[in-house]
Design a protein around this ligand. Structure first.
Ligand SMILES: NC(=O)c1ccc[n+]([C@@H]2O[C@H](COP(=O)([O-])OP(=O)(O)OC[C@H]3O[C@@H](n4cnc5c(N)ncnc54)[C@H](OP(=O)(O)O)[C@@H]3O)[C@@H](O)[C@H]2O)c1
Length: 291
């Protein structure tokens, strides 16, 4: 169900074809996206426009990033037809609860300047508040009204997912979680696969924490004549996760998209997975809170 299909249109500047995957609700999602955390102000608008120009179609933002307006401006600057885009945003902690979720969604959609959102995620489960099931009901309602195409969650553990599915009968299309060579999420990915949930990888390059300098990554990238970032992104693609790398640099964001022309061996995938060392900064979904 989550296999790669090469059906997407070319980037309008050239030859980059981005494959897509199919979600459990039948919608397509690009196999790689652009992360926008910390890209704000003019830098944010320029980076999003550059990413779209390079061929990205999935842009990841969140209410908490305080850049939805810039993302919207970047989208409009690209001149691309809405139907070619896949825009993700997320519900902030301060908007947990049924009515507040509808309010938070409306604020995001207005800031982005869009009629509908392709993918809306609950950003963190915040189990202490115990409101994520209520918020999920609101997301289902937004989907039924056509304001959101696909609904999902972020930073949910197996226990959170199980509760959501048991209490509502509705399986999230996506769970966006921390995933990179130091934190491969093997058990959670197996659970996702068993339930048809797509894994999206945040901090896929490990957000500057040194993974790209690891000698194992260096050797494997050298063997394929690609950069360390490209080798890591290819590992994600072959494991079936959708990485959303962030870059404020035009050349690096283009490089990160160019990961469909080579293949890692099973042994290389295992070597990269063998770099497991734990979360980058302790973003434990059971305790981490942000509002
Ligand atoms: N759901 C959540 O809770 C959550 C949490 C964290 C992040 N996210 C999402 O995930 C996205 C990506 O995660 P992230 O921004 O934390 O980290 P990341 O994408 O793993 O790494 C970004 C860092 O890597 C550098 N970089 C990018 N491409 C590179 C390349 N080809 N070679 C060398 N360095 C490169 C960037 O620097 P330059 O910009 O200088 O290129 C930046 O410092 C975020 O932007 C956000 O959309 C979601």
């Amino acid at each position: 169900m989550l296999g790669l299909r090469c059906t997407h249109a070319n980037g309008h500047h050239g030859s980059m074809t981005i494959p897509s995957r199919t979600l459990n609700d039948g919608h397509s999602i690009p196999a790689i996206g652009f992360g926008s955390y910390r890209l704000r102000g003019e830098e944010g608008t320029t980076a999003v426009a550059q990413a779209l120009d390079a061929g990205y179609r999935l842009i990841d933002t969140a209410s908490a990033y305080e850049n939805e307006q810039e993302v919207g401006e970047g989208i409009r600057a690209s001149g691309l037809p809405r139907e070619q885009l896949f825009i993700t945003t997320k519900l902030a902690g301060r908007h947990h609860g049924y009515d507040k979720t509808l309010e938070g969604f409306d604020q995001s959609r207005t800031a982005l300047g869009l009629d509908f959102i392709d993918l809306y995620l609950i950003h963190w489960p915040l189990p202490r508040l115990d409101l994520f099931v209520e918020s999920w009901h609101a997301l289902v309602n937004l989907r039924d009204e056509g304001l959101v195409r696909s609904i999902g969650v972020s930073n949910f553990t197996e226990a959170h997912l199980t509760r959501l599915m048991d209490e509502t009968g509705i399986v999230p299309a996506v769970n966006q979680v921390e995933m990179h060579p130091r934190f491969g999420q093997q058990a959670l990915r197996a659970f996702h696969a068993a339930h048809g949930i797509l894994t999206q990888a945040w901090s896929p390059l490990s957000a500057g924490h040194g993974v790209l300098d690891d000698p194992v990554i260096g050797r494997i990238s050298h063997a394929h004549d690609v950069s360390p970032a490209q080798a890591v992104l290819r590992w994600h693609i072959q494991l079936g996760s959708v990485p959303i790398p962030k870059s404020g640099s035009g050349s690096r964001l283009r490089q990160n998209l160019d990961v469909f022309g080579f293949e890692l061996t099973a042994a290389e995938l295992d070597e990269i997975s063998g770099l497991e060392a734990g979360r980058l900064w302790g973003g434990d979904p059971d305790t981490h809170e942000e509002f």
